[in-house]
Design a protein around this ligand. Sequence first.
Ligand code: ISE
Length: 335
Amino acid sequence: MFKNDVVGVGVIGAGEIGAVHSENLARRTRRARVTAVMDVDGERAEAVASACGARAYTDAAALIADPAVDALLVATPDATHADLTIAAIEAGKPALCEKPLATTAADAQRVLRAELAAGRRMTQVGFMRIYDRSHVEVRRLLRRGDIGRALRFRGMHINPYRGVTTIDRVMVNSLIHDIHSARWIMDAEVESVFARWVPAQPDEPRSARFASVLMTFEGGAIGSMDWSGNSNYGYEVTMEITGETGTAGTVSHTSPILRQGSRISQAVTPNWPERFADAYIDEAQIWIDSILSGQPTGPSAWDGYMSLVVAEACIRSTQTGQPEMPQSIKRPAIY
Ligand code: ISE
């Protein structure tokens, strides 16, 4: 099926994350090559395509139909993710869809229906933190029983300033990572959420500077997620699990600790491409290997859907001021 046992990847969306994935797939991933790059901005498509030795497109349907494209990487604006992923499924081509899978749970459900019609999982969702080596190590300790039963999840997600955003977009686009991390590491669904936030602009009540979410999980564990949209120092993501006999947490930064002039200091990653550079590389390799083996792996469309179900419960909580419970459909057998 794959010429020379190499997967030809069509990248849809040549923006910041699309360029990261294109570079990784073209230069750092075994048995993959970028054969096509699409962007509505023809110059941007051409720039990324030429760097990969690929064909440039401005039309997604034409790229998806290209016989040199065996699989799709969807890296376009969030609102287009579901339609493009469905188009890939209907073309019989697996897709790695950047998070979020959609901007609503109902839209993500359309992707579930497309996979159910195809009779198999064909989509991996870009929750790349589960490939971050520090996150992988925490999960290994937890699964080995080193800290006993997981009782509490804590997620911290600190962003540098990238413009004013709303609390609704924070839940769907940014905290969606922490929601997936919580479900993944706790191996449990979220039972209830209580969300509060601090506006970034006093005259824009749903603008977001900080947000905090309290969570309960099926099985009785609890959790919290803290988000910032303007750190004034860089980018920091941590995940910490407290169990019956101890706590396991990720390492924020791996840069050297400098002791000098009566100060101790450590460089902080400026943003997500730097902090998760290795995770994106591992994510791409695992995705390509899963395509070649025919064994889907990683976050599924179901994970993409459930993360949005929880994100929408968080949004409801910001509207009602009360705890809210995620409401999902029954999990189909293929997931
Ligand atoms: C961005 O889209 C990402 O996926 C980053 O991982 C996250 O930290 C950031 O807040 C999002 O906007």
